[in-house]
Design a protein around this ligand. Sequence first.
Ligand code: HEC
Ligand code: HEC
Ligand code: HEC
Ligand code: HEC
Ligand code: HEC
Length: 287
Amino acid sequence: MDSSFRMGALLMMRARKRSRNFIPVISAVALLLAVALPLEAGRAEGADQPETVCIQCHGSLPDQLGAPVKLWRNSIHADNGISCNSCHGGDPKNAAVAMNPSHGFIGAPGEDEVPAFCGRCHPGVLKDYLASAHGRALGKGGPNCVTCHSNHEVMKASLNLINEKSCSRCHSFERARVIRAAMQQTESHIVGISGRIAGFRAMGVDTERLDKGLFAVRNSFHSLFHEVHVERVRAESTKINAELGKLDRDLKVIEDAHARRKVAGAIAVSFMLLMALLFHLLRKTCK
Ligand code: HEC
Ligand code: HEC
Ligand code: HEC
Ligand code: HEC
Ligand code: HEC
């Protein structure tokens, strides 16, 4: 169920990308079938974000019913093709039955239902969250996913989410500060290595193996937070830093090779200049 949902989301993203590449083809076919399918032709030429009936109707509603549209447009979900109906269900093409449960509409989740609602697509995070002190306090004063990430304006996650304003709503910031400090150093290490790899990639070096290595490390690191367990963070960070150390050494080898190549290149150029000069002088003296 979880993975099929994610697959569905990914397929949707691919289909969106593909439909963009094939817009000329689609338009041509649509032109041929213009009599039979006038509506489809209009849609195929549609914009980047398909304007579902959910967006059209809610966009024109006031207050709480309209606000989600504006907020959602800025979100990482909108960027990745996760639309109203991906989360709330329903029929995005037919206004008459859009919010009918028989068309899969599940409405807005209650506070206790939020983790399962988001966790359909983020099963790893859900598991860590449910096992944590926060998950155990769900419905008893603990935070759920939207407490920290918001519901509609969800942004790319980072350690900046751990801040005084957000975390001291329920307990002292001290706990949050300790866990953030435990993660900060590893985070900086990851950012640094990521920048160096990007530099080589821009120079045309094959970085596939390094990319894969960093991807795995980064994933295990960013899933750590939801356990909100300082000792676990420290123990895992030690392992993660060892992995990063390996990537560091691999990068050093490439950097050294490049430095040597530069020196060799400089020597070769100087040698050629010298030869050209000698040749020139020889010709002069021979004349
Ligand atoms: C023709 C207008 C219209 C369309 C189309 C429409 N909505 Fe709504 N929606 C409303 C109105 C009005 C309400 C508030 C009254 C109600 O709950 O029925 C609402 C309420 C909601 C709620 C809150 C329900 C709750 O339990 O509090 C959600 C979530 C929602 N819509 C999502 C969607 C999604 C997703 C779609 C598309 C699949 C959609 N809407 C299509 C008008 C619309
Ligand atoms: C990432 C999942 C997600 C997406 C995408 C999403 N919503 Fe929601 N929505 C939620 C959650 C979770 C709630 C429950 C509110 C809460 O607990 O804060 C909610 C609540 C609502 C409500 C009830 C009023 C409110 O704000 O609490 C409406 C109406 C609504 N959404 C409409 C929409 C519309 C329209 C879209 C598309 C523009 C949309 N949602 C996209 C997750 C989502
Ligand atoms: C107490 C606040 C808090 C709660 C509750 C919370 N998160 Fe997070 N979440 C964070 C922080 C902080 C990060 C960034 C961690 C990092 O950068 O290493 C994050 C990161 C993420 C990421 C990115 C992880 C990655 O692999 O890059 C996702 C997805 C996510 N959260 C989803 C959820 C979902 C779904 C829930 C509910 C089941 C949830 N979060 C509950 C604070 C929270
Ligand atoms: C229908 C599937 C789906 C649902 C439901 C869903 N998400 Fe997402 N979410 C995605 C996809 C796809 C992405 C973008 C790709 C990625 O980063 O995994 C994403 C990205 C994120 C990110 C950014 C991850 C990063 O790399 O920094 C956060 C945070 C997040 N979601 C939180 C939530 C929260 C909170 C909810 C519930 C309100 C939720 N998601 C519900 C599919 C979903
Ligand atoms: C909505 C309230 C709420 C918010 C917001 C909140 N917490 Fe918590 N937190 C709790 C509750 C409840 C507990 C468990 C009971 C306790 O230990 O007080 C807890 C426990 C913790 C613990 C101790 C975990 C353990 O296993 O002992 C840490 C660490 C923590 N929170 C960090 C954070 C961070 C970091 C943030 C901000 C990103 C945050 N909290 C935001 C309610 C909250």
